[in-house]
Write a protein that binds this ligand. Structure first.
Ligand code: GLY
Length: 401
């Protein structure tokens, strides 16, 4: 009797005990306040420009890009995520305005990036303000992306430029959610088969034994031979480009969510282990631009890689039995990105939200600068975190109707 009373009171005690304050949730209003005020600065900076902000130029001015640039969807997406956090914040009109500027690329076939460009813009529009207009654009975008599929090879060609014949980059995994969504929402059922075939061959060919992914594999589509492995945006074919590991983690986690395939989950967990156990991952969780760099060197970090990873770790944490290590890793990354080390001071950074990303170091392009996709995945990760902590379902594009 005494024992059972003790047990009951212990249960009541733990149920009522104040949980330690959740730092990410505690900081979230201030971080979104900063993200909102920065975006206001951005909108003022680009008010006479019909294009899309991507980064800061060396002269300190916001560099904008045309709709066909692979990053064009991230700023409209950021506006949608700000609207998701605060639907009363009067950003919906702006989000639609920038989203509709991308309607011109609904049939674009020039690269594999339709998921980034139209999934992040119209895909978020569909989640947050459902319409036939968004559905139609996304179905067209998926059909356009599928034209890049090479049946003989079983993969989507990522780029069309020299020196490659049929390059497939790990980033390509990110664009498969658009195909999976379309197959479930009125598009050709083959779109899902394309996404699965591309994933299967990426899984087979694109990974090192340690679980890390190469950036570029170039195939000969006539005989499926591998012509070349290229480090491209990474430091060396023997080391792992940081953002590429983020794309791999996110892409295979998403494809497991979409298909239930255990081998995709195993792949995502192997990439996760590579990142989390890497001796040269800085303690605060934001990687150097390439895992071949030492944290105490002068090499730059890549906040965009951390933002992509944090969002993926949160997704992964919900798909496994024990998601705590992934949740903890994402928490560490989000707290670091929310700190003054990475979060822009109000009114600075051209209006971008995060500082210190690295786009393409080997080509001397976009080093230690803000990047629109760092901002986008940072906000997405925070919103995933909030939903997870509040026990709410935050639908992904794949589940949107
Ligand atoms: N998708 C190109 C990049 O990650 O820089």
């Amino acid at each position: 009797m005494i024992r059972s009373l003790l047990c009951t009171s212990l249960v009541v005690f733990f149920a009522n005990a104040t949980l330690p304050a959740d730092e990410v949730l505690k900081q979230m209003p201030a971080v979104f306040e900063r993200a909102g005020s920065q975006t206001k600065v951005m909108l003022e900076n680009i008010k006479d420009d019909p294009q899309f902000p991507r980064t800061l130029s060396p002269d300190g001015k916001v560099k904008t890009v045309q709709a066909e640039d692979w990053t064009s969807g991230f700023f409209p997406g950021t506006l949608w995520l700000l609207h998701e956090y605060d639907p009363k914040g009067a950003r919906k009109e702006r989000a639609w305005d920038y989203t509709r500027r991308l309607e011109v690329i609904r049939h674009f076939k020039g690269n594999h990036d339709g998921g980034f460009m139209l999934g992040c813009s119209y895909g978020n529009a569909l989640r947050l303000d459902p319409s036939d207009e968004s559905r139609a654009v996304l179905l067209d975008a998926a059909a356009a992306l599928a034209t890049r599929y090479i049946p003989k090879l079983g993969m989507i060609r990522s780029w069309d430029h020299e020196p490659y014949q049929c390059p497939v980059i790990i980033d390509n995994m990110m664009n498969l959610e658009l195909l999976s969504w379309a197959a479930k929402n009125g598009g050709d059922a083959k779109l899902r088969e394309i996404a699965v075939s591309h994933s299967d061959l990426t899984l087979k060919n694109h990974f090192r034994d340690d679980g890390s992914a190469y950036h570029v594999l170039d195939y000969d589509p006539e005989n499926n031979r591998l012509r070349m492995i290229d480090a491209k945006q990474g430091g060396d074919v023997r080391t792992a480009w940081a953002r590429g590991q983020g794309w791999a983690l996110y892409g295979f986690t998403m494809m497991h969510r979409e298909t239930g395939r255990p081998d995709y989950l195993a792949c995502a967990e192997k990439v996760a282990a590579f990142i989390m156990n890497h001796p040269d991952l800085p303690k605060d969780g934001v990687p150097m631009w390439d895992f071949g760099c030492k944290p105490d060197s002068k090499e730059p970090r890549d906040a965009s890689a951390a933002a992509v990873m944090a969002s993926a770790f949160l997704d992964l944490s919900t798909l496994v039995k024990n998601g705590k290590p992934y949740l903890d890793m994402a928490t560490r990354q989000l707290l670091t990105l929310s700190s003054p080390e990475f979060l822009a001071q109000a009114g600075t950074n051209g209006g971008f939200i995060l500082t210190r990303s690295t786009g393409y170091l080997p080509a001397n392009i976009e080093i230690n600068v803000p990047l629109n996709y760092a901002d986008y995945y940072f906000l997405e990760a925070l919103l995933r975190y909030r939903a997870l902590k509040e026990g709410k379902t935050r639908i992904a594009l794949g589940a949107a109707k």
